[in-house]
Ligand binder design. Sequence first.
Ligand code: PLP
Length: 427
Amino acid sequence: DYTPPPYSGPSAKEILSKRLQFLSPAVFHFFKNPLNLVDGKMQYLFDEKGRRYLDAFGGIATVCCGHCHPHVVDAIVNQTKRLQHSTILYLNPAIAEFAEALAAKFPGDLKVVFFTNSGTEANELALLMARLYTGCHDVISIRNGYHGNAAGTMGATAQSSYKFNVVQTGVHHAQNPDQYRGVFGSDGLKYARDVDDIITYGTSGHVAAFIAEAIQGVGGIMELAPGYLPAVYSSIRKAGGLCIADEVQSGFARTGSHFWGFEAHGVVPDIVTMAKGIGNGIPLGAVVTTPEIAKVLAYRSYFNTFGGNPVSTAAGLAVLQVLEKENLQQNAMTVGSYLKERLTSLKDKYEIIGDVRGRGLMLGVELVKDRQLKTPAKVETLHIMDQMKEMGILIGKGGFFGNVFRITPPLCFTKDDADFLVDVMDY
Ligand code: PLP
């Protein structure tokens, strides 16, 4: 029953013509009928005409507490009134309070926190630390993974549509333990052998790191086959490398069963990277590691101007408080399981649904033209997305072929929201 304040700013078309920004083909589709969003309230977004949309994408798996959650807004406003910026050259209480609360979310020795401005930057730092710590250069990531768009992380990213023809050295891409299309089905140990082969045939036998998402997000909500991660962690450690968990999408309670995605695999990484949900949309990223690994940066000038900004870290602390107070991990599990069940039941009705997967409120629906051949239904995916937008639901898409709906809403999503989403899909 929230009514947004009246809007008198420029229209969607005016903004698009003023915004002389290069539009990548990857996002071009969104600008065919551009949506000018001017307000947000929990799981809802409002356009310039006050029209309400259920946000099933969460700003790309980012808005975990809900749009403009009052507690997060208060934390940001209060901090902004006192101090907006000082750099990490000086102390400020916000950074310390958040770092302490964040470190408490990790097992074992994962107690040192570095703040960055994005997921890309967090992964760049993780790769740098692993290379310095091991003295090796070779990194292994998984095909179809996404880890960022700067020099090092673009190397780790393994989808051609996100890669450019620039030098990206030292990264090997292992077979994707993809349970839908992969040749070994759900046998994680068989996929893990490809990592052993890369170590044996593609490196000196020593590697710097392995980096993976617990559930691939951009890649189309792909869950790693069971048994894969523990086997790979063991091989990497034997080869002297560090294991990096990219929790940029799967962290902060999104997967419901655990606070961090890696926990579902029974492994403990050496370095964890995060962004997106960490600030509920305020730009912030972080790397968490052990004191021993963190030492590689001692006596070197690793520095960024905005990392650990007091407003961002105040938002981060508020996010942790909201997640706990409102029991949003449990909600992600309960509502996510219910939604997954309802989406799965649509499979019986619609041949175009090839696969429904994911955990908690990180769900994917893959559309195919032919269930046997698994031919990607790319155009149909865009078409249905547009229709859903017309009917008041914003949903994401991903996967290498762009034929997977990505459902990553704010974690305050309700069963009624889930019903509305499925009913619209079923329309
Ligand atoms: N890692 C993963 C798993 C991501 O999904 C993304 C972004 O989508 C990144 C890293 C890069 O984060 P950012 O866009 O904040 O640089």
